[in-house]
Write a protein of this length. Structure first.
Length: 289
């Protein structure tokens, strides 16, 4: 029993005692005491029965109260669990809200950066458009110049093809001249010294056609020497005949005197009337007979 039930039972006992005392006093004052005593006993029995009934009711009420307390405890536990779960959900929601706010702030920063970038790009586009408008006349001029250069290239290509034909003609002429000189030497009886001088003057061709450029020109002891870009790797050797020309015009001949891997030095043996050998002139040697 709890305290409230005990207090209630004590109060009932006190009331019963008070009632009994009052009954005794009342019966004492009555003339028919026995009858009154019986009545009083019946009243006490009825009161005791009522008290017992009340005790039974109180016990039932106490059981119901205990059951209600247990149910309330269970409900309180469930509510506490729900509160804990709700608190967890609230904490998660607060974290999500904080993350969303942070993401919103970052997005705002990104939007600001993108806006600044767009403004900067627009300014660059405007500047480049202005520059393009400024450069457009120059571009048109360059286009016209490029067209003129293309025409010049076509012209130079035609001149190159003509030069190749001229070179081929010169080489064929050299081959024919070499053939005539050999035939003349075969028909004419000459001394070995004169034959050596003739070989030195004529020179020998390379197995295949090669072309190069004169790098240096020097005059020593009344003779002109030229340094060319043709060497041993090009099939050049001592005694090789090189033909010198410029702008499809014959300048002269040179016979190689000294040669290494990438360069050769020759002495000019023949020179066209009024022609002057200079650096950047072209040289060639090709097949002989």
């Amino acid at each position: 029993m709890n305290t409230l039930t005990k207090i209630f039972v004590v109060l009932q006992l006190v009331l019963a005692l008070v009632l009994a005392v009052l009954v005794v006093l009342f019966a004492y004052k009555q003339p028919n005491y026995k009858e009154q005593l019986q009545v009083e006993q019946k009243s006490r029995i009825a009161a005791a029965a009522a008290l017992a009934q009340q005790e039974i009711q109180n016990t039932g009420l106490m059981r119901k109260l205990a059951a209600a307390r247990r149910a309330a405890a269970r409900q309180a536990g469930d509510l506490q669990s729900r509160i804990i779960n709700l608190e967890g959900q609230v904490a998660g929601d607060q974290t999500a809200i904080a993350q969303i706010k942070a993401a919103k702030g970052q997005m705002g920063t990104n939007v600001s950066l993108l806006t600044n970038t767009v403004h900067s790009l627009n300014k660059q586009v405007a500047d480049e458009t202005t520059q393009l408008n400024t450069l457009r006349p120059s571009l048109l001029r360059y286009i016209n110049e490029n067209a003129q250069l293309n025409r010049r290239v076509d012209q130079l290509t035609d001149e190159r093809d003509a030069a190749r034909k001229t070179i081929q003609t010169l080489q064929e002429s050299i081959v024919a001249l070499n053939h005539k000189l050999v035939l003349a030497a075969a028909k004419t009886t000459v001394s070995p010294q004169r034959a050596a001088n003739l070989s030195t003057l004529i020179g020998t061709p390379t197995p295949v056609r090669v072309n190069g450029i004169i790098r240096r020109v020097r005059t020593f002891d009344g003779r002109t020497y030229v340094s060319t870009s043709l060497g041993r790797r090009d099939g050049i050797h001592k005694g090789t005949r090189l033909t010198i020309y410029r702008d499809h015009k014959y300048i002269g001949d040179a016979i190689v005197q000294r040669v290494d891997t990438t360069e050769s030095v020759g002495v000019v043996t023949l020179q066209a009337p009024g022609a002057k050998i200079d650096t950047a002139d072209l040289v060639m040697s090709g097949p002989g007979l």
